[in-house]
Design a protein around this ligand. Structure first.
Ligand SMILES: Cc1ncc(COP(=O)(O)O)c(C=O)c1O
Length: 449
């Protein structure tokens, strides 16, 4: 959880640094002249001279949608229209047959598992390189989260290691499109198909990310998105589920609406025997409709800037931007993720590198920790309910099964930039590269500083 705060903190830091929008600024030719200057941490000028884009972007359209909901007096989705309007727009934009707005990304994942009637004795496969919510939603159903190691090159779940973790208890495979870059969907879907296990995509960071030209989220049975304040589509809090299986969307509706069916006025029963209230408010839906008017353009800007940055960073020894799988036709770049090899920087520690980058005016952070080794997670093996459901022997074996050596390596080397940093100009990207180049030329001096 601490690491998630890091993510949100530096996305906020980037936003606070610049309230002005730099989108639409003319793109200029590559200029890395400043790379010969002294690093800022040694008293030189900062590499970054601009302003990061503030987040969220707010305009008249947000005010109009909110006022409409306010004056309607219908603030709950039941009997009202805004949430339904949002769901129509969302499913169209994301290319799915059905969509359901819910109260958060966590609620989206929890609802999908609830609609599948996941419960005690079941296992759900997840990656360790993710926000803790991916784990929590499994535990909230008293199912067992089983970790599959990370692919060091892409930061995504390693599909070649999934089969070894499938048991007769496995009920769901839940890959995460981490950073907004699609996981290897072809490989994951093929393994899931072979074992007849549904895939639920945690697409909470992956708005408009594409696999082979189609938006992620509905390749498996269904997918969940988050609209929490740091996300590329932001309503402060909120979430959505998409699926091409309309019956499943109906089941999700029932679970998130106290077990009742879509026709709430008649309390038509939904499928299943459990439910809760995880409904989206009309206010959230209004904000989402407004924010969605900019989503495509913002996504294209992030993509173009990230591609440009990757080209520059690939030339710096010791900096390894996360690779994209061949099937990825677009990343949402909620995070720009790369690995840092301190040996190639004369032994300069990752902490000192990050400090030097921050001094250049470039916010960055270390990202997720080793979730599978976190006390919050390992204590599950001593939880009285889990001991009652699975037994001590199985829970001890679970601790053994959860080893993820590649993820251990990744979490020691990973660094992130936040999505708002990709909403600026090409010059901003050049200045990021320039800062790293300056640092790479002066590791000895920086170490002594
Ligand atoms: C990968 C991932 N899964 C799930 C969530 C949970 O979303 P929310 O914060 O909207 O509940 C998040 C949000 O940070 C996330 O990044």
């Amino acid at each position: 959880m601490k690491n998630e705060l890091n993510r949100r903190e530096f996305i906020n830091a980037a936003s606070v640094l610049g309230a002005g929008l730099t989108m639409g600024m003319p793109l200029i030719a590559c200029n890395t002249a400043g790379a010969t200057e002294k690093p800022a941490i040694l008293g030189g000028p900062k590499a970054f001279s601009g302003k990061w884009t503030g987040w969220p972007v707010i305009g008249q359209v947000e005010q109009d949608e909110l006022i409409k909901v306010l004056n309607s007096g219908q603030w709950c989705r039941l009997g009202a229209k805004t949430a339904r309007r949002f769901e129509e727009e969302f499913k169209k934009l994301f290319g799915a047959k059905g969509a359901l707005g819910v109260s958060s990304g966590t609620a989206a994942l929890y609802t999908m598992l609830g609609a599948l009637n996941i419960g005690p004795g079941d296992e759900v496969i997840i990656p360790p390189y993710t926000f803790i919510a991916t784990y929590n939603v499994v535990v909230l159903h008293y199912a067992l989260p089983v970790f599959v190691d990370t692919d060091l090159q892409t930061f995504q779940i390693d599909p070649s290691k999934i089969e070894a973790q499938i048991t007769e208890r496995t009920r769901v495979i839940m890959p995460v499109h981490i950073g907004g870059s699609p996981a290897d969907l072809d490989s994951i879907l093929s393994i899931a198909g072979k074992h007849k296990i549904p895939v639920i995509e945690d697409a909470c960071q992956a708005h408009l990310a594409e696999w082979k030209g189609r938006c992620v989220g509905s390749f498996g049975l269904a997918g969940g998105f988050s609209f929490q304040g740091s996300k590329n589509l932001n309503a402060g809090e909120g979430g959505a589920i998409i699926s091409n299986d309309e019956t499943f969307i109906h089941d999700c509706y029932a679970f998130h609406h106290q077990g009742q069916g879509a026709n709430s006025a008649s309390l038509e029963p939904g499928k299943g025997t459990r439910g809760t209230n995880l409904r989206l408010t009309e206010f959230q839906a209004g904000i989402l409709l407004a924010q969605m008017t900019r989503l495509t353009e913002q996504s294209n800007t992030r993509s173009a800037n990230a591609d440009y940055l990757t080209k520059m960073l690939n030339k710096i020894p010791g900096i390894y931007p996360a690779k994209l799988y061949k099937g990825v036709t677009k990343s949402a770049y909620h995070l720009y993720m790369f690995r840092y090899d301190s040996e190639k920087f004369g032994g300069l520690s990752i902490a000192k590198f990050i400090e030097a980058m921050n001094r250049e005016g470039i916010p960055c952070g270390k990202g997720y920790g080793k979730m599978n080794k976190d006390k919050y997670v390992t204590d599950l093996a001593r939880n009285k309910h889990y001991l009652a459901i699975y037994g001590e022997k199985y829970m001890n074996q679970w601790l053994e099964r959860n080893q993820c050596p590649e993820n251990d390596k990744l979490t020691d080397q990973a660094i992130w930039f936040g999505q708002t940093m990709l909403l600026g100009s090409k010059t901003d990207m050049e200045q990021i590269a320039e800062a790293i180049t300056k640092i790479s030329k002066n590791p000895g001096e920086i170490m002594k500083s």
